[in-house]
Ligand binder design. Structure first.
Ligand SMILES: Nc1ncnc2c1ncn2[C@@H]1O[C@H](COP(=O)(O)OP(=O)(O)OP(=O)(O)O)[C@@H](O)[C@H]1O
Ligand SMILES: [Mg+2]
Length: 187
């Protein structure tokens, strides 16, 4: 069975909604995560990509706080999955150490993805082909010491309200620099 959230709404590339936000410090990235956590529903899946130190764990910290969790999420370096209690249980996964799609599939993560918690996957690009259910993608680009560009996108109407909320609440962070002009282009 393919991994990813349950396919409750049809995925249609015409439905794709994207917001691109530039943060100028970790707290702003955490604030974006906090909103994602506040809006999260049971079964939501966040697929995070970006280089080492981009800010994937930083975003996850905010997601946990937005879910009402009080812990400080850290990269699950030695274990593959960390579980945090919150309004909805957060399953924080890090695929960095995996080398192939087969290894990702062999983990048998379906129970997490199809369960009632919220899944956040760092280095989701290690298993792109496996994650076909509804999800929100967040790609983080390191553009300066304290500067990061977060491209948040979803292809399902399931996530429309959170993308709308991000767009409104963080409008001051949108389209802040030239990099933003790539928004909407295929890449
Ligand atoms: N705007 C920003 N957003 C997020 N993190 C930032 C920002 N500016 C500086 N940082 C710093 O960058 C680092 C991001 O580290 P983090 O562990 O979140 O990255 P990561 O993408 O999870 O890396 P890894 O792939 O190693 O797990 C932190 O030290 C954080 O303080
Ligand atoms: Mg990390």
């Amino acid at each position: 069975m393919p991994l990813g959230g349950p396919d409750r709404n049809p995925v249609n590339s015409e439905n794709q909604q994207t917001v691109t936000l530039t943060t100028s410090g970790p707290e702003q990235t955490q604030d974006i995560g906090r909103l994602l956590g506040e809006y999260a529903d049971a079964g939501d899946v966040f697929l995070l990509t970006g280089d080492l130190g981009a800010g994937k764990t930083c975003l996850t910290q905010g997601i946990l706080w937005g879910l009402g969790g009080v812990e400080y999420a850290r990269s699950p370096t030695f274990v593959l999955i960390c579980e945090y209690p919150a309004r909805l249980t957060l399953y924080h996964m890090d695929l960095y150490r995996l080398d192939s799609l087969d290894e990702v599939v062999d983990l048998g993560l379906d129970d997490y993805f199809l369960g009632d918690g919220v899944c956040v996957v760092e280095w989701a690009d290690k298993g792109t082909e496996a994650f076909v259910g509804d999800h929100i993608s967040v790609h983080i680009e390191h553009i300066g010491d304290q500067s990061r560009v977060l491209k948040v996108s979803a292809e399902s109407s399931r996530y429309s309200s959170v993308i709308d909320a991000l767009t409104k609440r963080f409008s001051r962070l949108a389209d802040a620099n030239e990099f933003e002009s790539t928004q909407g282009e295929a890449n």
